[in-house]
Design a protein around this ligand. Structure first.
Ligand SMILES: [Zn+2]
Length: 275
């Protein structure tokens, strides 16, 4: 499932292939990917070019040269591929957008592509908390907001309101890095634990972005980076395997009806203070 690091990795890589080039071809295989007819969708994009690629949470936002935006929200099984020439993508594409020699293919049955005005997009984005890398998401904001919330750590991290872009994988990895159980109630966290959680969130997301995230499908034929963080995950989907720090076997627990992975020896009710 693409989360913030996977989308940010895409954003950083795609610019070299798709910015400032006229969009020549648009094809939608799944009409339900957008809210207008495929013809209308293609007509609005063909001949335009992209000035800028933005990301908010897990949304990828293309800034068109007419001031409009194309919002791409990848489904759980969503992925992107940027092929060259006649090269085929390694999946059944829901949509494709051709930029000269390169074609961007979009996978995922529930993936959404929506043409929007700036105001329409703002209405969508204001339902989300700040992006973890925005100026708004300071340690002070994070610790203060955490105090006002109620509920399990795992649910708060994936809720998109405190910060946007975190899903199950990175929620578990961040909790491990902070030394906190995914089930702890955020209202019970002390100042030290909250501060440590913020550091863990920033460091895990940054490391995952720099390593290419966790999707196993490469972004292009020459890509050797995408998916590089998979082998660095410490707990997510590692049930029964030894923790790389303590050797204890990683376990799975239920937090508000969702599976969460954790190490029973490295994660506590509060971040341990080491002398
Ligand atoms: Zn451990």
């Amino acid at each position: 499932m693409p989360e913030l690091p996977e989308i940010e990795h895409y954003r950083r890589q795609l610019g070299q292939w798709i910015l400032d080039r006229p969009i020549e071809r648009v094809r939608l295989s799944n009409e339900r990917s957008t809210d207008v007819s495929p013809e209308e969708f293609a007509g609005a994009l063909e001949g335009r070019s992209l000035l800028f690629l933005e990301r908010r949470g897990t949304f990828l936002i293309f800034h068109l040269d007419n001031g409009h935006r194309l919002l791409i929200a990848l489904a759980k099984d969503g992925a992107l591929y940027c092929g060259e020439g006649e090269e085929e993508p390694p999946f059944a594409a829901q949509a494709e957008i051709g930029f000269g020699e390169r074609t961007l293919y979009i996978a995922g049955k529930g993936s959404v592509l929506r043409l929007m005005t700036v105001r329409g997009l703002d209405d969508v984005l204001k339902t989300l908390g700040p992006d973890p890398f925005s100026r708004q998401a300071t340690p002070e904001y994070f610790v203060n907001q955490l105090k006002k919330r109620r509920g399990a750590l795992r649910s708060t991290l994936t809720g998109q309101k405190l910060v946007a872009g975190i899903g199950p994988r990175y929620a578990d990895e961040i909790a491990f890095a902070a030394g906190l159980l995914p089930s702890v109630k955020v209202q019970d966290l002390n100042g030290e634990s909250a501060a440590r959680l913020y550091e863990a969130l920033e460091s895990v997301l940054n490391a995952a972005i720099d390593s290419g995230g966790c999707l196993s499908i490469p972004l292009s034929a020459e890509d050797t980076v995408t998916g590089g963080y998979l082998e660095q995950c410490r707990v997510y989907e590692r049930e029964g395997q030894p923790c790389t720090d303590s050797g204890a076997l990683v376990e799975k627990m239920d937090v508000s009806g969702k599976k969460a992975y954790y190490c029973p020896q490295c994660q506590y009710e509060q971040t341990p203070v080491f002398s």
